[in-house]
Design a protein around this ligand. Structure first.
Ligand code: NZQ
Ligand code: ZN
Length: 389
């Protein structure tokens, strides 16, 4: 393990079919005023809303609501939510939904008592909160982002074509508790389920494809990737398979709760490319990642052959006998591509609404990060985007 690091994750997890009952023990820890935050209405159709509201009422809470948090929540919606939370004197923000709702709650949390513009402060200047922040609790209904146990909050500014994630440094921004009931994910449309599965997988890849030291985090990543691949095949055939859905839920949480990145530099360029595509198309997050991944990984493979070879053997079971390193490495990516097609992921950004004349703008919106096997320049970003069309 290279470098010096700390590890602290204060989110308390409650997992399983009866986990919502834990709300009764969590709610008394906070004040009376709760803001219930949710998305476009799926929780009203599948009964989760009623179950949560019943417990809030029985716990004696005064509840205000922020409804209609959209996938890829926008800065305008953030301003709206801040006003609701201020007017209600919120003591707790309770997010019930997927990554968008959880991220949004965190963005509201750091903005309610902030007297500056939160978009400018947190997403342009990348500052940390200098004000009181509100506790966030989370009842997760969609698996993928890991937002239930991390301090990330991605917000989109459609006016400027920017989709930016801020991973807050302070663990206080992580949800105080998260309720993970795999049954809640079973009403997800197949498209969202597989997008979430690829999001999990890619979070692991982003932390795996860096460094050349012998690092425990990489072994953890390989185990998680194998579990995700295995469970995804079962879940895509039978979305009602509790065992597979529960394994996916648990893997998603551990894929992005800061554990796997310890002692690593990490890459994150697939996310930077995917987020820029998302800023232009408002497409589903996991699909934007799927559509840019293979052109990106094929581009950087020559700079990290040893790791791509290890990925091929350890994750995809490629037999290296009689092959040179690069051939083994490429067979790993071919196996990954076959799996992605099997799941039905979107493999081209054109199918997500991106057009050739958007490429330059998407390249401008792509934040270039160091840390992977090759730091891209803008020309390479354009090349990768064109190959992803
Ligand atoms: O809005 P409703 O009606 O609830 O419908 C949602 C939404 O349309 C639906 N859904 C969720 N649970 C459901 C359900 N439909 C039926 N049954 C259920 N049980 O699914 C749709 C997508 O939900 P969303 O929350 O947008 O998906 P996801 O969890 O993938 O979150 C995406 C957001 O998270 C950000 C993404 O950029 C994007 O903005 N990310 C956050 C990260 C973090 N905090 O660390 C990291 C990720 O890489 C990602 O960037
Ligand atoms: Zn992601």
């Amino acid at each position: 393990m290279l470098g010096n690091f700390s590890y602290c994750n204060p989110t308390k997890l409650y997992f399983g079919e009866d986990s919502l009952e834990a709300l009764r023990t969590e709610l008394p820890k906070y004040g009376e005023n709760v803001v219930l935050i949710y998305g476009g209405g799926s929780i009203k159709k599948n009964g989760i809303y009623d179950a949560v509201v019943r417990i809030l009422q029985e716990s004696g809470k005064r509840v205000a609501e922020i409804a209609g948090v959209m996938p890829n929540p926008t800065v305008d919606k953030l301003y709206e939510g801040v006003a609701v939370a201020r007017a209600h004197g919120a003591d707790l923000l309770l997010a019930v939904g997927g990554g968008s709702v959880c991220d949004y709650a965190k963005a509201v949390s750091v903005s309610v008592h902030c007297d500056e513009d939160p978009w400018e402060k947190y997403y342009i200047r990348f500052e940390e909160p200098s004000c009181e922040t509100l506790p966030v609790g989370c009842v997760l209904t969609m698996v993928g982002t890991g937002s239930e146990m991390n301090a990330g909050a991605v917000i989109t500014n459609p006016h400027t074509h920017q989709k930016i994630g801020h991973v807050f440094a302070d663990e206080k921004i992580m949800p105080r508790f998260a309720i993970l009931n795999p049954r809640y994910t079973m009403t997800l449309p197949q498209y969202q389920m597989v997008a979430g599965i690829y999001d999990i997988f890619n979070h692991i890849c982003e932390q795996y494809f860096s460094g050349d030291d012998d690092n425990t985090s990489d072994y953890l990543s390989e185990g998680l990737m194998r579990s995700v691949i295995h469970a995804s095949r079962i879940a895509s055939r039978d979305p009602q398979d509790y065992e597979a859905r529960s394994n996916l839920m648990w893997s998603a949480t551990w894929a992005l709760n800061t554990l796997l990145s310890r002692g690593k530099s990490t890459d994150w360029m697939v996310h930077m490319l995917g987020q820029a595509v998302g800023a232009y198309t408002d497409a589903t997050h996991g699909m934007t990642l799927a559509a840019v991944s293979l052109p990106y990984y094929r581009h950087i493979l020559p700079y990290g052959v040893a790791k791509f070879k290890r990925f091929a053997i350890q994750v995809w079971g490629v037999d290296p006998a009689g092959k040179d390193d690069e051939q083994v490495a490429r067979e790993g990516l071919a196996a990954m591509e076959a799996w992605m097609r099997e799941l039905g992921l979107v493999m081209d950004i054109s199918k997500l609404g991106a057009t050739a004349d958007m490429v330059e703008g998407i390249a401008d919106a792509t934040i270039l990060l160091p840390g992977g096997y090759k730091t891209l320049d803008r020309a390479e970003v354009v090349e990768i985007l064109k190959e992803s069309l």
